[in-house]
Design a protein around this ligand. Structure first.
Ligand code: PLP
Length: 507
């Protein structure tokens, strides 16, 4: 079996807009001049006048422009086009209703410096979202300021630092060790480092969980400021010892930070505050369905215990009787972490998501997300190596172990998935699984789509045995095949230069 490269498809073979240019073609028509023509030489100083011809500007018609850009827009895979199983990223569908609510003029056009009395609706929305997130996490102090998950992490560990400095005074300096498992997202050690901590790495067990013995040993070495733990962790497993882990850290005098990027496995079912976590960040652009990727704004709220609340960023939105106001009088606060109040549009979408689901609906979404991942896990265990036996939560991890014997690696499998019409899964993360493939279907896919994905993965596993070169050479159906990504990143060619000789000849 081989897939022939598509060469004649008009939308796949779109040229540069410069190549569409034809001398003299325009996309406008101006009315006849009905005043005397001005001589620019008389009114514009010489240094402001250009003396060359406007060379190299594409000369195209309106329909050329529209078709050119519309065709190119179809080359991007998106969540509206199909399943996007990027593990750890929770690429769930963004409901149109949430988009509609975020576009309500009173929300969308409100100036961030509008006086409180004119912004009561927006302040109420922020306040209500804070209350809902407090309920969902079991942690009463909430700041919506952080603009992304990593930003929420930094805010969270700064709270820990501020708390320890207040509690221990001068002695706080002796507590600067942040424990982080070897499976953690790279942002965790980066955030800890930014807040002035030194990182010690905790090993994972063969079952993919935190190694309790190693945790105890590290706690015994002293100087513990805290722990940063993702739960479920980055291999998709629930840390079943979580209460004991929190107890160990608390006994060692530290606090527990939970990376809440994987909350899509817990919302409505378990609350971090109830199992001993002190502070957590959420990713509204993952768990709470606000748009994600493409460089748009994110939102990484930070939720904490009442004990840590005084240190949260300033200002806080508070409610006095019937009115909402901004509280700037917070002497212990770590200060501002973001201009104004955070990315407000994301908050509108997230609250719409929470309220349209309701408590029951949120729990159902969580259950469907976990069920979908387990379904994929169950159906792919024969075709791919599944490094951990336990049932997964909302994402499931495989490795390329079975295929690499034939020279087919994770990258090849991911690229081949593109030929089957799917966005690839997350690859080579987390680092503790060699050739990792982390698959997170989310609750936004139905059974038929899951089955199609499973069939594609099985078919690729068969190809890896029968025709490995087909997988190694993938993708075959896209406009461009396998890229030299390192060179593309290091020596990008960002400027198109016209072929002047060819132009001269044709003219
Ligand atoms: C996505 C993610 C982050 C970082 O979130 P951003 O919003 O991308 O900054 C941190 N930890 C984990 C486990 C994640 O999946």
């Amino acid at each position: 079996m081989s897939i022939k490269k598509v060469t004649s498809h008009p939308t796949q073979n779109e040229e540069l807009i410069f190549d569409r240019s034809q001398i003299g073609r325009v996309g406008y028509r101006l009315p006849k001049l009905d005043v005397e023509e001005t001589n620019l030489d008389e009114i514009l100083p010489a240094e402001l006048r250009r003396d060359d011809d406007l060379e190299g500007v594409p000369e195209v018609s309106e329909v050329d422009v529209i078709r050119h850009f519309t065709r190119m827009s179809t080359w991007n895979y998106s969540i509206d086009l199909g399943m996007y199983p990027l593990g750890s990223c929770t690429m769930k569908y963004n409901s149109r209703l949430n988009e509609k609510v975020a576009r309500i003029a009173g929300f969308a056009n409100l100036h961030p410096l509008a006086p409180e009395r004119e912004a009561q609706g927006a302040l109420e929305l922020i306040y209500n979202l804070q209350e809902d997130l407090a309920e969902i996490t079991g942690l009463p102090g909430v700041s919506l300021q952080p603009a992304a998950g990593a930003h929420g992490e930094m805010t969270g560990v700064m709270l820990i630092r501020a708390f320890l400095d207040k509690r221990d005074g001068e002695k706080s300096k002796e507590r600067r060790v942040m424990l982080i498992p070897d499976s953690a997202h790279g942002t965790n050690p980066a955030s800890a480092h930014l807040a002035g901590f030194t990182v010690k790495t905790i090993r994972s067990t063969d079952e993919g969980l935190t190694d309790m013995e190693h945790l105890k040993t590290l706690c015994g070495e002293g100087g513990i400021a805290g722990l940063m733990l993702t739960n479920p962790n980055t291999v998709g497993l629930f840390e079943t010892n979580i209460q004991q882990i929190c107890d160990e850290i608390h006994q060692a005098g530290g606090l527990v930070y939970m990376d809440g990027a994987n909350m899509n496995a817990l919302v409505g079912v378990a609350r971090p505050g109830d199992f001993g976590v002190d502070v957590i960040h959420l990713n509204l652009h993952k768990t709470f369905s606000t748009p994600h990727g493409g460089g748009g704004p994110g939102s990484g709220p930070c939720c904490c215990t009442a004990e840590l609340e005084p240190f949260l960023p300033t200002p806080r939105v508070v409610k006095d009787a019937e009115n909402y106001r901004l509280d700037f009088n917070r002497p212990e606060s770590i200060g501002r972490v973001k201009a104004f109040f955070g990315n407000f549009g994301m908050m509108v979408r997230a609250l719409a998501y929470i309220q349209t689901h309701g408590a029951e609906g949120l729990r159902e979404a969580t259950e469907a997300a976990v069920l979908n991942a387990r379904y994929v896990g169950h159906h792919l265990t024969e075709s791919y190596d599944k490094p951990f036996e336990s049932d997964s939560m909302h994402e499931v991890i495989f490795s390329h172990k079975k295929q690499s014997r034939k020279g087919v690696h994770t990258l090849d499998i991911a690229k081949r998935l593109i030929d089957y019409g799917f966005h690839p899964m997350t690859i080579y993360f987390p680092l503790i699984v060699e050739g990792a493939m982390l698959i997170e279907p989310t609750e936004s896919v139905g059974r038929a789509d899951l089955d199609a994905f499973i069939d594609a993965m099985k078919s690729i596993a068969a190809e890896a045995v029968e025709t490995p070169e087909l997988v190694i050479g993938a993708p075959h159906t896209t406009r461009i095949g396998r890229l030299d990504e390192a060179t593309a990143a290091r020596k990008p060619v960002l400027r198109w230069k016209p072929d002047m000789e060819a132009t001269a000849k044709s003219a």
